[in-house]
Ligand binder design. Structure first.
Ligand code: NAP
Ligand code: G4F
Length: 337
């Protein structure tokens, strides 16, 4: 019998890649989908199986991190061997507009799920999607020993969730781990995060559909990796002999300006002719510089990134160019890896 996993945030960037990885490894995957008035399963539609299929490996359930009782009922029914908590209001800028909601879902939501696992009396392993945003203004390089100094409601909520996972591990012996992941991107990245906003705009500018691109702070520096590699790190953390917390990063940093230059150059365009400043995209308090030190996960779990910055930029721009071509020609839009 293969293992059973519950993936919250299954409709998001990481949830889609993680589901693919787990299904390839023979898991049965249960995904938590929140109710939406429009379709929100684009990223996993290619994994969808007919409910009549007897050998199904993917099951979707309506639930919400706001609804603790629903989570207990779901966990009792599924009895997962592993839980990956990827659900969050994950947009940092939006968290300044919705701080209480973000605290409720991104922070308290993790504790609701942990408590649901305890209430359901499961012998399960729990992965919490922690974030480099927790380091905030603490200078780089950042590793597992670096103090947190979050700079956004999102960062504060993630710190709460981080310590909630550590606390159930220490208090009750639950196998709970934190993956402290630095920014990771892909063609499936949400369209309003800066990398995807840029790669999408490059495709549209190249096609003559758009002239300019409005951005906020170009000086911020991020340690950008490739999402499919990062979900492998999540899985490895739950296969270890003992639960522990790990930083996942490339160890390289680039500014938003560098990303613009590289993305426009990839399409033979000059970024300076198109990128303009709009203060609406700045934040009341910013995280200036993130560089992860992933020595620990490399040493203990043997994980290391392969895709570098320039390759990542190329993957994203090429995918958005192809997607736009599909849209314009009326073809079915393919899901890109
Ligand atoms: P994402 O694409 O924004 O996906 C977030 C997921 O959470 C979506 O499936 C979303 O559902 C779901 N969700 C939102 N509110 C929910 C609620 N109330 N109840 C249940 N589900 C809810 O994020 P991602 O980039 O895949 O990141 C995955 C996780 O890692 C997040 O927790 C994020 O904060 C964290 N993280 C991400 C990065 C990164 O660079 N990507 C780095 C560090 C940590 P809908 O599809 O319906 O919106
Ligand atoms: O792409 P971003 O919105 O990602 P951010 O804030 O680093 O957060 C992402 O990574 C975190 C890990 O560190 C995750 F936990 C979190 O869930 C999310 O996935 O912004 C990156 C940088 C920021 O400094 C921002 O100020 O880009 C800057 N930026 C400049 N112009 C912009 C824009 N960001 C966005 N979203 N849109 C702009 O127009």
């Amino acid at each position: 019998m293969g293992k059973i996993a519950l993936v919250t945030g299954v409709t998001g960037q990481d949830g889609s890649y993680l589901s693919e990885l787990l299904m390839d490894k023979g898991y049965t995957v249960h995904g938590l989908v929140r109710r939406s008035s429009s379709f929100n399963t684009d990223r996993i539609d290619h994994l969808y199986e007919d409910p009549q299929e007897p050998e199904r490996k993917l099951f979707l359930h309506h639930a919400d991190l706001a609804d603790g009782v629903g989570l207990v009922k779901l966990l009792r029914a599924i009895q997962p061997d592993e839980i990956y908590n990827l659900s969050a209001q994950s947009h940092v800028r939006v968290s300044f507009d919705t701080p209480l909601y973000t605290g409720d879902i991104t922070g308290l939501g993790a504790l609701r799920l942990l408590e649901a696992a305890r209430a359901a009396e499961l012998d399960t392993r729990f992965y919490q999607a922690s974030s480099s945003e927790m380091f905030g203004s603490t200078p780089p390089p950042q590793n597992e020993e670096t103090p947190f100094h979050p700079r956004s409601p999102y960062g504060c909520a993630k710190v709460y969730a981080y310590w909630s996972a550590v606390n159930v591990r220490e208090a009750y012996g639950l196998y709970a781990v934190n993956g402290i992941l630095f920014n990771h991107e892909s063609p499936r990245r949400g369209e309003t995060f800066v990398t995807r906003k840029i790669s999408r705009a490059v495709a549209r500018i190249q096609a003559g559909l758009q002239e300019g691109l409005y951005l906020g702070n170009l000086d911020a520096a991020r340690d950008w990796g490739y999402a499919p590699e990062y979900v492998e790190a999540m899985w490895r953390m739950l296969q270890a002999d003992a639960p522990d917390d790990y930083v996942v990063a490339t160890g390289e940093t680039h500014t938003v300006r560098d990303f613009c230059e590289a993305a426009f150059r990839h399409a033979d365009l000059d970024w300076m002719e198109h990128v303009r400043f709009d203060p609406r995209y700045t934040r009341p308090s910013e995280v200036d510089d993130l560089i992860g030190d992933a020595t620990k996960i490399r040493r203990i779990l043997g994980w290391k990134p392969e895709v570098g910055f320039t390759e990542l930029v190329g993957i994203m721009v090429d995918a958005d160019v192809r997607r736009l071509e599909d849209e314009l020609s009326g073809r079915l839009v393919r899901i890109d890896r």
